[in-house]
Write a protein that binds this ligand. Structure first.
Ligand code: NAD
Ligand code: TYD
Length: 342
């Protein structure tokens, strides 16, 4: 259970992105004594329309800034009890096209955040990480535990693994009270339509082809975004400094099965499915063992996939304006580069 009475000021980086905007809405709804500073550079993936309605909320303040800018970070972090560090370049396909923004934001940005947290005596620093740092699993292998080796296969995953190691080093070297969460693939409202689920829904609604990489039998463990965010709050509040906590959705599914399920919910034909050239270095399977998090923090995912996917599809069907807004402009160039000649 979350402690809802204590007053806390928390800096959330990347709060205008998919997970961050859902996290901020959850905190505003359930933790009335928390004050939030949302620090975000508003890249293509950050959209203040995802937080519409919160502008005047006294619990909430937005600061536009880059996590690699140490002065801006220090200013925004003043007076905070804790930090939830979500800001990142997050899309594997983009990291394959160009790794440099990933190294800059995900590694250097994390170092800047850690230095600021150290100099201000931050009491809890949460590094929000991913299952992708562990690499790929064999079909019959046990899901990833927190002790699994780090074998990242994409520049994105390598940049997150590097950041995680840096975070660990600040605990060991300086005693900074850090915690690391690693979660599986999220889905839900406000996800930018370059990731599989929102791309699929928005293409299907427009009767456009659904690009399936390779044979479509890659397995992901899907978690509804609110379950992830409740896990992040538990890890922040109750996690032991220096420890890593896995979070997962208890729902492993091959991409093709996922796509067919969603097309069925949308009432669209499977003839939209179009097999395209595989992603280089494509991880075959991710799966999480989150028994440590359940045992130590009492967390487990609450949404089953049926309900989560229904909610997600409904949300995208009712929010085509949001999709159109965030995909105007540079997204069209990216789409052409990514899928045009595939
Ligand atoms: P996202 O791409 O939707 O959002 C990222 C946010 O970070 C955006 O608002 C963007 O403007 C901001 N940002 C990017 N570069 C920045 C910079 N230099 N300075 C300040 N802000 C910057 O990402 P997401 O899916 O919401 O993921 C959030 C975090 O969770 C990431 O750290 C990601 O690695 C991690 N994660 C994501 C998933 C998933 O399935 N989406 C799973 C596990 C972990
Ligand atoms: P994605 O949403 O990019 O997440 P991640 O690569 O971080 O797991 O992709 C999820 C899965 O869907 C992954 O196996 C790649 C696959 N995929 C496609 O088949 N087609 C697509 O157009 C996209 C974006 C992803």
């Amino acid at each position: 259970m979350l402690n809802v009475t204590e007053r806390k000021k928390v800096m959330i980086t990347g709060g205008a992105g998919f997970i961050g905007s859902n996290l901020i809405r959850l905190i505003i709804e359930e933790l009335p004594n928390w004050e939030i500073v949302n620090f975000d550079a508003l890249t293509y993936a950050g959209n203040l329309t995802s937080l519409a309605g919160l502008e005047e909320n006294p619990q909430y303040r937005f600061v536009k800034g880059d996590v690699t800018d140490s002065k801006a970070v220090l200013d925004a972090m003043q007076g905070c009890w804790g930090v939830m560090h979500l800001a990142a370049e997050s899309h594997v396909d983009r990291s394959i096209l160009d790794a440099s923004p990933f190294l800059k934001t995900n590694i250097i940005g994390t170092q800047v955040m850690l230095d600021a947290a150290r100099s201000l005596g931050i009491q809890r620093f949460l590094q929000v990480s991913t299952d992708e740092v562990y690499g790929s699993l064999q079909p019959d292998a046990h899901p990833f535990t927190e002790d699994h080796h780090l074998k990242p296969n994409s520049p994105y995953a390598a940049s997150k693994a590097s950041a995680d190691l840096l975070v660990r080093s600040y605990y060991k070297t300086y005693g900074l009270p850090v915690v690391i969460s690693r979660c599986s693939n999220n889905y839900g409202p406000y996800q930018f339509p370059e990731k599989l689920i929102p791309l699929l829904i928005s293409n299907a609604l427009n009767d456009k082809p659904i690009p399936v990489y390779g044979d479509g039998m890659q397995v992901r463990d899907w978690i509804y975004v609110d379950d992830h965010n409740r896990g992040l709050l538990e890890v922040l509040e109750k996690g032991k400094p220096g420890e890593i906590y896995n979070l997962g959705g208890k729902h492993e599914l091959p991409n093709l099965m996922l796509i067919k399920h969603l097309l069925d919910l949308l009432g669209k034909s499977e003839s939209l499915i179009t097999f395209v050239k595989d992603r280089p270095g494509h991880d075959r399977r991710y799966a999480m063992d989150w028994s440590k998090t359940e045992r130590e923090l009492g967390w487990c995912p609450k949404f089953d996939f049926e309900e989560g996917s229904r909610r997600t599809v409904d949300w995208y069907m009712n929010n085509t304006k949001w999709v159109n807004q965030v995909t105007s402009g540079s997204y069209r160039d990216y789409y052409e580069l990514q899928y045009g000649a595939r």
